[in-house]
Design a protein around this ligand. Structure first.
Ligand SMILES: Cc1cc2nc3c(=O)[nH]c(=O)nc-3n(C[C@H](O)[C@H](O)[C@H](O)COP(=O)(O)O)c2cc1C
Length: 325
């Protein structure tokens, strides 16, 4: 299949492949810049960072690449507005936001002439986002890692949203190979977003044991947890997720009130941070279903080459042949 062009505002990515934002400090400047250098679109996750740290990350990415690098910030974070404003001042190429919907961010984006890309999982929200001035949308299905806004598979939502809006759609959730990316593109997506596949890369700055935890995962070890944000989250089964499921978590002593609304069942930032520090027993290991398909940790360049070759070599099944094995 011919590679489609992914246009975000005035920018055109060489390849229609976006690396999804991963808090807390899973997708930082080196990973985002490596993906941008390889011809895709990189995303720094700003959630959980101080304003100074985020500014430094954006500057570091700028030193590493002239490619497209944006910032992802969870609407649920208390300092959402400040993190977005910092990203805009530091000239992030775009802002992605999910886990809630900000109407204000469109005005901020217009002021700085920066594309705003909400994450949506329904046609209703997609229509609203387009009306408010979104430059593109990330359409995320239930296969995705982290917080989820739907229990519906990506293909079903993508079809519905493609029929509803005209702006570019970046489809996310469960994609690990070029074949899968091509199939999603052939269903009307303008780009694909992968997170877990890029997490298991040399350039991701997370510790080795954290990255290895995302390789060759058994399907039954990908579980849904109840996040204090008020949404389900997809993670790898471990001692922490089991204790959470059995309601046996010991309360965190310290609270930084980092979320606008929090059930206080546990501290999500602290739990994600423990995993990011390599504590795979007591940390929360967010992961997409694609971890089941990942066989090895690879350099970003190789991941991108495999994806691009897979898309280019993809031949859509002939009509009437789809269901024959
Ligand atoms: C470890 C991890 C952290 C994530 N953190 C965020 C986040 O901070 N903000 C967000 O919008 N999405 C987040 N996501 C979702 C990804 O950006 C992406 O859309 C999704 O995981 C795509 O599915 P895949 O992982 O199967 O490729 C996270 C995903 C993972 C695996």
């Amino acid at each position: 299949m011919q590679l489609p062009k992914l246009k975000i505002g005035n920018m055109i990515a060489k390849y229609p492949v976006v690396q999804g934002g991963m808090a807390i400090r899973i997708s930082t400047a080196p990973l985002a810049a490596a993906v941008a250098e390889a011809g895709g679109v990189g995303t720094i996750a700003g959630t959980g960072m101080s304003l100074e740290e985020l500014a430094a990350e954006i500057r570091q990415a700028r030193k590493l690449t002239r490619g497209i690098v944006g910032v992802n910030i969870l609407f649920a974070a208390k300092n959402f507005a400040q993190l977005v404003t910092t990203s805009l001042r530091e000239k992030a190429d775009f802002i992605v936001s999910g886990a809630g919907f900000s109407r204000d961010m469109f005005a901020w984006g217009r002021e700085f002439k920066t594309p705003i890309i909400p994450i949506v999982s329904s046609a209703r929200l997609a229509r609203l986002a387009e009306k408010m001035g979104a430059a593109a949308l990330v359409v995320e299905g239930v296969e995705a890692g982290g917080h989820l806004g739907t229990d519906q598979p990506l293909k079903r939502i993508l079809k519905e949203i493609r029929e509803t809006v005209k702006i570019p759609l970046i489809a996310a959730g469960g994609i690990a190979t070029g074949d899968e990316a091509a199939e999603i593109l052939s269903l009307g997506a303008d780009g694909v977003q992968l997170a877990t596949r890029f997490l298991a890369s040399h350039e991701c700055t997370a510790p080795q044991n954290y990255k290895e935890a995302h390789v060759g995962v058994n399907p039954e070890d990908i579980v849904l947890i109840e996040s204090p944000v008020g949404l389900p989250g997809k993670a790898i089964r471990n001692s922490f997720s089991e204790r959470l499921a059995r309601d046996q978590l010991v309360e965190e002593k310290k609270c930084d009130t980092c979320l606008k609304k929090c059930s206080r069942r546990f501290c999500i930032f602290a739990a994600l941070n423990r995993a990011q520090q390599g504590d795979l027993e007591n940390g929360l290991i967010f992961s997409g279903e694609s971890a089941v398909k990942i066989r090895e940790i690879l350099p970003v360049g190789e991941i991108m080459r495999n994806l691009v070759e897979g898309i280019e070599n993809f031949a859509a099944p002939a009509r009437g042949m789809q269901n024959q094995g």
